[in-house]
Design a protein. Sequence first.
Length: 195
Amino acid sequence: MRRRTLLKYGLYRESDTVNPTDELQRLTSLVPGNEDLIRSAEHVSSSLVPEPYKQLLAHEHHMTVTMEKYHGCPVNVRVLQEASDGDVYARQIVLTRSDNDTPVQFGIVRFDFQYVPKQVRDEIESGQIPLGRVLITHNVLRHIDLGAILKITAGEGLAEALSMNVGEETYGRLATIFCNRHPAVDLLEISAPLS
């Protein structure tokens, strides 16, 4: 992963490399109660990720669009927890299928709103539309930097959020979204288990 220099509120500026384990810990610690979220996580090369997880995670596109394409329907967002401090907003979410409300993705997002218009901030904070869809709709100049792919063993928190078993394995990713050429969003995105 590229290295980023720590700025205020746990945000980073890009430089060389970041340890995926440290980044995962930093993101999961943003929202209280995540101590039992993940039992273990292992950084894996994208070339070793099995399908269909590889096509879902090993790319530099919005997960909203990728999940909708894979599952063949729009996805809805359900905000589980959120916190804000000035321009910095963090939330823990689940994306669900619009046709049957089945969880398809768990996520933790940290967004520095100073790089986007107020209307974008307001829509994201409303919790009604997935983040990727808001950025696409408002044509925010963006680039997604895939940081790392993780093989994840679910703890109680993740198992509950994604309707999976404690100890079951799935895959996720760490990524950064650059908005208007600034590293504005850090993400943890974990796919629900797929057969």
